[in-house]
Design a binder for this molecule. Structure first.
Ligand code: PLP
Length: 402
């Protein structure tokens, strides 16, 4: 048997079957390239769902991590460490929001935001205790905890995992009138992705976030933007909300914040909101650890130093233009901003998965989202030559039905 088959059999035997990966076993990577155990070379156009905006093993990220490994990695928050201050200041500069709270995974940061919004709803807005409501959108993806799947509209995510957490209401995405109608005196917050990534790279109508911001201001409702996938340059702005000149009350980040090597997430807000968390009301053993903070500080600096935001914007424009020029009869729609690109396959040509398999046989790795959509999201430093290399192969696969 091949090495690949052996390793896949081993993981199938000993590890849970909650994913459906492509049949490739990766053993090393650099930039936007990965190598499998058979000696094959592939271009990574998924970037770990945008956690690899910097590319694989960015030298400066590795250097920052190695340096910190030789000093101290974990202190717990029972003591201070010398990395969390510089990280928090750097993040405040990047977000334009004065304070942050570091966690580990995206879902944890979402949970943190929901807790803060509920407390604000009661303590500041005066919503009676335990009745505050949070509005979300159909097709949302915010993570996998019990509370977060409680307001998912995807049956597969909810499965048999109930009973669910109350206090959430879902409305159509991209429809600001629906938000206006859904808000009640009990509404504490509106939680939204400025582009729905897992939902199929759904870009809302022009000016949606601006209108949402106005409605939240008018009705004294917090605006929570989940930019775990869209943030940190992915969509051609540092944060996708900037397309509408919108500043959320709570900004949620994760994925690329860890530079592709270390899980770290955070929420940011102005101090008056963040300081509602009292001592002992929230926490995480690893949250804010010096290793994660050192890596994240460097990850933020690299985005600035290498102009990754502008590169994402420019390469994204060219990428989408070239996809359109291809005039493939299989494509229903090309969507996205910056280097978060969704290509929806026409229904009659079936699900997107066989296209991912065909792309893999042409050395391109990407993953379907929402059955019929191919998501292309390469690392942000992706060059013109690399795009040419990729387009040649994508064209072969998308010109004809597999
Ligand atoms: C990935 C993602 C999450 C969850 O992050 P995890 O680190 O997997 O918990 C939440 N929201 C959005 C928009 C995401 O893309």
């Amino acid at each position: 048997m091949s090495k690949t088959a052996d390793l896949i059999e081993q993981v199938d035997q000993y590890s849970a079957h909650h994913y459906h990966p492509l049949p490739i076993v990766i053993e090393r990577a650099e930039g936007c390239w990965v190598h499998d155990v058979e000696g094959g070379k592939f271009m990574d156009m998924l970037s770990a769902y945008s956690a690899l905006n910097h590319g694989h093993r960015h030298p400066r990220i590795l250097e920052a991590m190695k340096k910190q490994l030789d000093k101290v990695t974990l202190t717990s928050r029972a003591f201070h460490n010398d990395q969390i201050g510089p990280f928090s200041e750097q993040l405040a500069k990047a977000t334009g929001l004065g304070m942050s709270l570091p966690m580990n995974s995206g879902a944890e940061a979402v949970e943190t935001a929901l807790k803060l919004a509920r407390k604000w709803g009661h303590v500041v807005k005066g919503i009676p205790k335990n009745t505050g409501e949070i509005i979300v959108c159909d097709g949302n993806f915010h993570g996998r905890t019990i509370s977060i799947i409680s307001f998912s509209t995807e049956p597969k995510y909810k499965g048999a995992f109930g009973p669910f957490t109350p206090g959430f209401k879902s409305i159509p995405y991209g429809d600001s009138d629906a938000l206006a109608q859904a808000i009640t005196p009990e509404t504490a917050a509106f939680l939204v992705e400025p582009i729905q990534g897992e939902g199929g790279v759904i870009v809302p109508p022009e000016g949606y976030m601006k209108r949402v911001r106005e409605l939240c201001d008018k009705h004294n409702v917090l605006l929570i933007a989940d930019e775990i996938q869209t943030g940190l340059g992915r969509t051609g702005k540092m944060f996708c909300c900037e397309y509408d000149d919108v500043k959320p009350d709570i900004l949620i980040m994760g994925k690329a914040l860890g530079g592709g090597v270390y899980p770290i997430s955070a929420i940011s807000s102005e101090p008056e909101l963040m300081l509602l968390f009292g001592k002992g009301e929230h926490g995480s053993t690893f949250g804010g650890n010096p290793l994660g903070c050192a890596v994240a500080t460097e990850a933020l600096r690299i985005i600035e130093d290498e102009g990754l935001v502008a590169r994402s914007y420019e390469t994204g424009e060219i990428f989408r233009a070239r996809l359109s020029e291809m005039a493939s009869p299989l494509i229903k729609e090309i969507r996205g901003r910056g280097l978060l690109i969704g290509v929806e396959i026409k229904e009659e040509y079936g699900p997107a998965r066989p296209f991912c398999e065909a792309l893999m046989s042409h050395q391109i790795l990407c993953k379907e989202t929402h059955e019929s959509v191919l998501r292309f999201a390469p690392p942000l430093g992706f060059s013109a030559d690399e795009l040419d290399w990729a387009m040649e192969r994508i064209e072969k696969v998308l010109k004809n039905a597999p």
